[in-house]
Design a protein around this ligand. Sequence first.
Ligand code: NAD
Length: 381
Amino acid sequence: MRLAVLKERRAAEARVAATPETVKKLIALGLTVAVEAGAGDTAAIPDAEFAAAGAEIAPDAAAALAGAGIVFAVQLPLPEQLALVPRGALLVATVGALNDASIVPALAQQGIDAAAMELLPRITRAQSMDVLSSQANLSGYRAVIEAAAAFERGFAMMMTAAGTVPPARVFVLGAGVAGLQAIATARRLGAIVSATDVRAAAKEEIKSLGASFIGVEDEETAAAQTAGGYAKEMSEAYRQKQAELMASTVAKNDIIICTALVMGHKAPTLVNQAMVDSMRPGSIIVDLASDAGGNCVATVPGQLIVTPNGVKVLGWNNWPARIPVAASVLYAKNLLTFLTTFWDKDAKAPKLPEGDDIVKGVLLTRGGAVVHPQFVPSQAA
Ligand code: NAD
């Protein structure tokens, strides 16, 4: 069976869905691997390294996809590439199925069996194939590194003969995978770190990393986590209490790292204009939630802006793609693990059992039909 690895074409994308290391392992499964020319260029993997690992370098998407039974991609391929995917092929990618209602029916109509890796259940067995975790972890790290580079004061406290540079104060909004890595990274750089979250479990995790917890704790936060581990959308009354607490906290900090997301919804707005206005000139806001609408009202998706009071707001899209080499290595490994887990050694083909929790979580379409409970027309809300 042939597996195609496509060159990503969406804006701000720099990652690739395979590496020479994973190509070797895919070949060992019995696959032939075709990598579209230039697929690894932005992730520091030249075609020659893919070729040395045993991949065929295909001159374009059409050549890579011809006869493919499996397609690996980072994001959903553009319609013109999808049109080249053979009927019956398995597409494994971060599909963005919840972002656009037309995607899943279109995949079914084209006869593509699509596994949406962003819908993977957050269970222990799935951890090693969890693309959201591997990419969010790197985003959280990168957010702090970019904040440190943009911050024109010091991060760590430095006591010198010429005087003392105070430590930066960093406030992290949302303490999921990205937020916890942001806390750990900011602490390593010497900042004084605090963080907030609505899920009750996050408080201990924040404290265990040496940051202080700042948050509203009430009966709503006790039930703020869904069965899947995600945060719920909070009530208006909660949002008001949270905003009051945030208003006094934001003004005291130099750097705000925004990571709060609510699966399947627009990101919550946590930093309002008055809070931005209250920050000192030279302060930094990094909005990792910008792809989902942003946590800060001043965020301009895809841009770095400086507010009239001198606050830099980094609203870049696609944060994992800002650290593309490491992100590709982990993403490619996640996809390899997924395929290996569901690999029929005798048939040398993927086997996705209908009753498996991971398969039920990710598989959108099969044999031309929508199979995912969240998207089957009669069952979808
Ligand atoms: P996420 O990216 O969906 O959200 C980021 C954080 O924002 C979350 O911690 C969330 O609670 C927080 N948030 C949402 N609304 C907020 C608000 N109004 N104010 C403040 N914070 C807000 O989260 P994630 O990083 O994908 O993690 C989701 C869950 O999955 C967590 O419970 C995490 O522990 C769990 N998880 C489990 C596994 C596993 O067991 N395999 C792996 C990774 C993550």
